[in-house]
Design a protein around this ligand. Structure first.
Ligand code: PBG
Length: 313
């Protein structure tokens, strides 16, 4: 009766990695229990998630290196992997809410979220935004419920909203990665989609467009801009190390608020548990409870399926 915060399977959005073909799932070394899935396994995974009461998935493609170029051209391929994945899920598990990442990093040889400027020392913001808007329309037409721009380019939410509305996709919603920090916790994800390997570096530096982890007020400015430009859901990412930002935003917006418990947050609990230093089942629940208590309405987490199964007991 007095418990203030309750987790339910409906709180979770499961991020899923998708690869070409119907080969065996490809385990991701730095994310124990997480694999890249071919389309058939992806659809089956969605069916199982739906049965457990998880309402939504967020898709991330892993492209073969040969398909990447410095402009991320494949992001605009009308028959691209992620679009086929969306259609396959919507055909078989129509009740599943499908979100797709709008950013160029799985498609670029340098692993950045946009195209680079002439000096190759920063992303070209406005040029990238034009590509992202086209990408969002392709995804909307394939049937996604939410496009999720994760790139942190300035002005992208407004541009995407305008493009969607202008192409008859006014019902497609935008989940904005509004307060996305330039975090070292994304390392395992970059193994999963191959963005770090493509770039030949383990530590991709995205500080010119992602937020400075030191800046709380700036995060609120970014979120307010996204809201004004038409974001339907705002997001804070990573989650665990940024609970203050989640709480700040919860108190300032009436929009639904998402938080992304990222790959490094997942990996660190697994690594400690493997050594017998932490109890995985208890720490994962506590970590998610803290994110919800801070004010998140929905949580992207690689623990979605296991946590939903645990809650069903
Ligand atoms: C990039 C993107 C990243 C994540 C989601 N979309 C990583 C990055 O910014 O390099 C990270 C998710 C995670 O670490 O789980 N568009």
């Amino acid at each position: 009766m007095t418990e203030e915060t309750l987790l339910t399977p409906a709180d979770f959005i499961a991020p899923l990695f998708v690869v070409e073909g119907d080969g065996a799932p490809e385990p991701i070394g730095s994310m124990p229990g997480v694999s890249r899935l071919g389309l058939r396994d992806l659809v089956e995974e969605c069916r199982e998630l739906a049965a457990l009461g998880v309402p939504a998935v967020a898709l991330f493609p892993k492209l073969a290196d040969g398909l990447k170029d410095d402009r991320g051209s494949r992001a605009l391929d009308p028959d691209g992997l992620v679009l086929r994945a969306v259609r396959a899920i919507k055909d078989s598990v129509p009740q599943m809410v499908v979100m797709t990442d709008i950013a160029l990093d799985p498609y670029t040889t340098h692993g950045h979220d946009g195209v680079l400027n002439a000096a190759q020392d920063d992303v070209a913001n406005d040029e990238t935004v034009e590509i992202l808007a086209k990408m969002a329309v392709l995804h909307a037409r394939a049937g996604v419920d939410f496009v999720a721009p994760s790139d942190m380019m300035d002005g992208r939410i407004g541009a995407i909203r305008k493009a969607l509305d202008g192409h008859g996709c006014s019902a497609t919603a935008i989940m904005a990665y509004s307060a996305k920090f330039a975090s070292a916790y994304y390392g395992p994800f970059r193994d999963a989609v191959g963005s770090a390997k493509a770039a030949g570096t383990h530590s991709l530096d995205k500080r010119t467009y992602q937020l400075n982890p030191a800046n709380r007020r700036e995060a609120l400015i970014e979120a307010a801009l996204d809201e004004a430009e038409g974001a339907d859901v705002l997001m804070v990412k990573p989650a665990g190390a940024y609970l203050d930002i989640i709480r700040d935003l919860r108190e300032r917006t009436q929009r639904p608020l998402a938080a992304y418990q990222v790959s490094g947050e997942y990996a660190q609990l697994h690594a400690a548990a493997e050594r017998g230093w932490l109890d995985l089942v208890k720490t994962r629940r506590e970590s998610l409870l803290a994110i919800k208590r801070a004010g998140a309405d929905m949580i992207l987490t690689y623990f979605a399926k296991e946590m939903a199964a645990e809650l069903a007991l």
